[in-house]
Design a protein around this ligand. Structure first.
Ligand code: ADP
Length: 301
């Protein structure tokens, strides 16, 4: 059984990632130890699962009662009108909301069988397994090379850096465009190239899941299509969750789609909830719920 260090060096096979140790720096478990909350319905085909997830910013309940499952090696799109909680949900998947004061959840988020919010879990280890790409490309103000190598060195990846940089840039379909200018500052690239550099950086640390929060929102149509092609390629190795406002994008790339909506609360605010979740084709062509049909046919949102 390969150790966690083997995984980090990138020499352990990808399929061995199930039940990874997410407690580094805390009470250490063996990678092959049976995960907590292991249950029969945690199939190997489901990488993330929420159960009755409710998320609060202080007293404000942003989303309520979300139960959904993210399939492995597929692209899952989260769609819905602004403010319905798509970003909140996607950030629950790698505990990024923990950095916001007052944020807390009820319900559960499982990574395979592991309860991601259990007190033994190290959020930094979670973010290493479950990477994130943001709406606005955010390369470090460093060379293209160091955008990949810096993060890898910080977390102690021992692999040959030249090889890691090349592999990551190749996987992100950027290598051919930048191989002769690896010392150029990452921020000097075009917006689309910067976003692919951020994707290369996210995958350089050998994650299992890549979360993307409107990754094409600031890109032109050509760059958008390149990033979409890249996602199709990446899903062979990673499970991808994408928030998108672009419904054509969801139909082009997503295998499954979750439609969220928001309801008015008595306090005058809005609260997000999951309306419907299923195969993208079904959500767009034969939705079960009236609100889904209205949304995907452009009647609101
Ligand atoms: P979406 O991604 O669907 O547009 P968000 O998850 O960004 O929705 O927001 C859901 C709700 O949570 C909104 O009402 C938003 O104002 C609120 N919200 C988001 N981030 C914060 C935050 N950091 N602090 C307080 N409220 C927030």
């Amino acid at each position: 059984m390969p150790s966690i260090e083997d995984h980090e060096r990138g020499i352990a096979p990808k399929q061995k990632k199930r039940g990874l140790n997410l407690t580094e720096g805390r009470q250490r478990q063996q990678p092959d130890e049976k995960p907590q909350n292991d249950r029969e319905d945690f199939s190997d085909e489901i990488v993330l699962r929420t159960e009755n997830l409710t998320a609060y910013y202080g007293k404000f309940k942003a989303i309520e009662g979300v139960t959904m499952a993210i399939p492995k090696n597929q692209i899952t799109a989260l769609i819905g009108p602004s403010g319905c909680g798509k970003s909140t949900i996607i950030r629950c998947f790698n505990r990024l909301n923990d950095l916001i004061e007052g944020f807390h959840i009820d319900g559960k988020v499982y990574y395979y069988g592991q309860d991601l919010y259990d007190k033994s879990i190290d959020p930094v280890a979670v973010r290493r397994r479950i990477g994130m790409v943001f709406q606005k490309p955010n390369p470090f103000p460093k060379s293209i090379y160091d955008n990949i190598a810096y993060g890898a060195r910080v977390i102690g990846i021992k692999q040959d850096m030249d090889e890691l940089v090349e592999t990551s840039l190749r996987r992100a379909a950027l290598w051919d465009e930048v191989k002769d200018k690896l010392k150029t500052n990452g921020v000097a690239l075009s917006g689309g190239q910067q976003q692919r550099l951020c994707i290369a950086r996210a995958i350089s640390v050998n994650p299992d899941v890549v979360l993307m929060d409107e990754p094409c929102a600031s890109l032109d149509p050509i760059s958008t299509l390149k990033v979409e092609d890249l996602m199709r390629e990446l899903k062979k190795e990673y499970s991808i969750v994408i928030v998108t406002h672009n419904m054509q994008q969801a139909t082009r790339i997503a295998d499954v789609t979750a439609f969220f909506n928001a309801r008015e609360t008595d306090q005058g605010g809005k609260q997000g909830y999951l309306v419907e979740f299923g195969a993208t084709e079904k959500i767009f062509n034969e939705p079960t719920k009236k609100a889904t049909k209205q949304y995907v046919t452009g009647q609101f949102g």
